[in-house]
Design a protein around this ligand. Sequence first.
Ligand code: B16
Ligand code: MG
Length: 216
Amino acid sequence: MPSIQACLFDLDGVIVDTARFHYIAWREMARDLGFDLTQEENERLKGISRMESLEIVLSIGGVQLPEEEKIRRAAAKNARYLELCMQMTPDDALPGVRPFLDELKQQGIRSGLGSASKNARVILERINMLHYFDTIVDGNRITKGKPDPQVFLMGASDLQVAPQHCAVFEDAVAGIQSAKAAGMLAVGVGEASVLAEADIVIPGFEGFDLAQSENA
Ligand code: B16
Ligand code: MG
């Protein structure tokens, strides 16, 4: 039996690049509040929940808002984000992701989604990929965000696979920490210099072979 029996995928930055839409929507909010948000500052929001992201953006601008206004701003940002997401088509899945998920299915390896996003289902529907996942753990289910291991432990439990037989694919530092804390194989998707805590780092899914990397 192969050592990896389930693969858990982050959404934004692994399956599809929605970070660019988060950036546009947060930046518009920041500008409306009188400051700018750089691309580099936006990096800090990857894998972080909506309300925590709002707090980070407000702290960057040195802006304080009453609680009701924060809730209103977060809702307005989300409406704008979803409007931008509606531009996506099935072609927006990141290169190599679909063939990799097909291959897992053929090998009898189960797949799950582990995302901080409350919009995960709607985005997967939009790119026609909801059917690939045997379970979805998203921002509506979790009570503790990454780097807490909860999101991936819930996925493993849904799939009835022990954590040591799970691999996690993540593009964010907080997500890699979450996977490691869950006792899973952490595969970083992106740059090795950023994802130094991962067990392996791949630039993307094109040409990636799970069995080969397990034996490496
Ligand atoms: P939402 P992931 C995360 O998705 C994003 O990386 C992060 O930037 C975002 O703030 C978070 O989802 C919450 O998203 O506002 O849609 O609930 O990388 O965990 O798939
Ligand atoms: Mg991500």
